[in-house]
Design a binder for this molecule. Sequence first.
Ligand code: PDD
Length: 285
Amino acid sequence: MTVYLNGQFMPIEEARIPVLDRGFIFGDGVYEVIPVYSRHAFRLAEHLQRLQHSLDGIRLANPHSGDEWASIINELIARNAEQDQYLYLHITRGVAKRDHAFPNPPIQPTVFMMSNPLLTPPAALLASGVGAVSAADNRWLRCDIKAIALLPNVLLRQMAVDAGCAETILIRDNAFMTEGAASNIFVVKNNTLLAPPKNNLMLPGITYDVILEIAAANGIPHEIRKIAKSEVFDADELLLTSSTKEVLAITTLDGKPVGTGKPGAMFAKLHKLYQDYKRDVMRKN
Ligand code: PDD
């Protein structure tokens, strides 16, 4: 496996960072996950835009232009074996003596990128759906920044795993749904797809955008609005989306069936349209 670190490509075993890297010490950095289909980085411009938003959010200068990112990313894709990959891109504020405040003058950021095979959910999981648990969203108020400081998300996701489930659905202020620990969540009620609005309390998912575009293009009724906690527990269907999971049905919540307890008609429709879109668009652009 070939990775990229600070200007060089190397086997992962040779990639080293100093212990004083602020990513290691403070979680002071941001990241991106970019799916690659047939060696095409999917929605690269949108991922780089979200990266810029995250960098702006932590006041870190972007170390590369769009063209530079594209060339590093394409070389990393070429140096790895699989046709379908997912890229992990990680930037920290760099290596400095431990002090919470930013190094002054600014130092070289650390830039790391790796590629892994993209393993989308197997047929059995698509057929059964996955379980989820709910939990209070106890994260900070800048969840729109794709920060590498993921301890809350790690603890929240582990709650799902401890319950034999795949994801944790997050409820803010005991009142409304934000997203999953590492995914966006959609609610289906009366054949309408409901999505929470993008704001500082959730990560603006690239897959979330794709699903809403697919819904709009195919005449699927959909609404973007605040989703009450009660609507999550009263849903006909629940769906989760992310770059690596694509779209998956959530068939149990806190141990109780969601709707019929089986993946529903909206899931079937969106999953098929997503696969069509992947074949016709993602593998070519
Ligand atoms: N996570 N919300 C959170 C908190 C996430 O971590 C993710 C993705 C998403 C979905 O975003 P997208 O559709 O752009 O993948 C929403 C990635 C996959 C991860 O951390 O591995």
